[in-house]
Design a binder for this molecule. Structure first.
Ligand code: PPS
Length: 301
């Protein structure tokens, strides 16, 4: 099968609905009862993100840190979405439910992905004081990436055109709701929950080695210099883009003729999408919503 072929007949696009105050579709709520009652283990590691913030990048870094040396076969035989399952998804086309995948993970620790906002995280993660890595990306690049993803991933609602999509994003009428609430909610949580490491996509782009060191220190890991170098090299965008275990080319609901999962991997691509007027409007709205001076994003580096 090549990149240029849509892989099978796709179901109609799902509708967004309000679910506990955030916009979702049934793919992310079908197993809600099991998700809510999920029994986390103390050594589980949760990667939480707003969609398109660098989840796959950090998932791969964590996977390499824990299993790169001890179970290298995993890297060539299992796609990342089975190594680091997506907790709340249920999706019959590509895989069954995320929660089944998590519960069948033979590894220790289990590395688990979620896009849930902080208030919807299953309570056992807090009770077990699991380590949580949150990754955030500046709103402008995040919305551009999300737009292109929604164009090509048929389990997302139809994004419409760029102009209308940008407004939907500003209004929180996209999957997982408001970016502004998501990044702020998790930022605030750091004040009361110390096992939370908040990372920025832009920082990883700027200095991956520095961010890897911070991450290792949070996780209590001390890989060798050689191992760290290998990881930094492995997780370069071009390497990940070419790696079929990471680039989602085996995921049947995505049409790569429209856009790729590993699309550009840059800070600042928003400049190729926002008009001057859109940028001004976005900035005005942003100022109204992002009041916490301690949470700062960079839209260029
Ligand atoms: S998802 O569907 O929410 O899990 O997507 P997510 O992995 O969070 O985000 C996908 C975007 O991350 C980019 N990406 C990277 N950027 C830089 N370096 C590396 N190694 C890397 N890996 C993934 C990916 O290209 C998507 O961003 P855009 O801007 O669309 O290219």
């Amino acid at each position: 099968m090549t990149d240029d072929q849509p892989k099978m007949e796709l179901p109609p696009r799902p509708e967004l609905f309000d679910f506990h105050g955030i916009s979702l579709t049934h793919y992310f709520t079908d197993t809600w009862e099991r998700v809510q009652n999920f029994k986390a283990r103390p050594d589980d590691i949760l990667i939480a993100t707003y969609p398109k913030a660098g989840t796959t990048w950090v998932s791969y870094i964590l996977d390499l840190l824990y299993f790169g040396q001890t179970a290298p076969d995993r890297l060539t035989s299992m796609p990342i979405y089975t190594r680091v399952p997506f907790l709340e998804i249920r999706h019959k086309l590509a895989l069954d439910s995320g929660i089944d995948l998590v519960e069948n993970l033979p590894t220790s620790p289990r590395i688990i992905k979620t896009h849930l906002p902080v208030q919807l995280i299953p309570k056992s993660f807090w009770e077990q004081t699991c380590k949580i890595v949150y990754v955030a990306r500046n709103a402008k690049d995040n919305v551009v990436s999300f737009f292109h993803f929604d164009r090509m991933d048929f389990i997302e609602p139809d994004p419409g055109d760029w102009k209308s999509y940008l407004h939907k994003f500003m209004d929180g009428k996209v999957i997982y709701g408001s970016w502004y609430d998501h990044v702020n909610g998790w930022w605030k949580k750091k004040e009361t929950y110390s096992n939370l490491h908040y990372m920025f996509y832009e920082d990883i782009t700027e200095d991956g080695a520095r961010e890897l060191d911070k991450l290792c220190s949070f996780l209590g890991l001390s890989p060798s210099l050689e191992e760290k170098k290998q990881i930094i090299d492995e997780v370069q965008f071009d390497n990940m883009k070419q790696n079929d275990m990471l680039n989602y080319s085996s995921f049947p609901n995505m049409d790569f003729t429209i856009s790729k999962f590993m699309r550009k991997g840059k800070v600042g691509d928003w400049k190729n999408h926002f008009t001057v007027a859109q940028n001004e409007e976005f900035d005005e709205d942003y100022k109204r919503k992002m009041k916490d001076p301690t949470l700062q994003f960079r839209t260029e580096i």
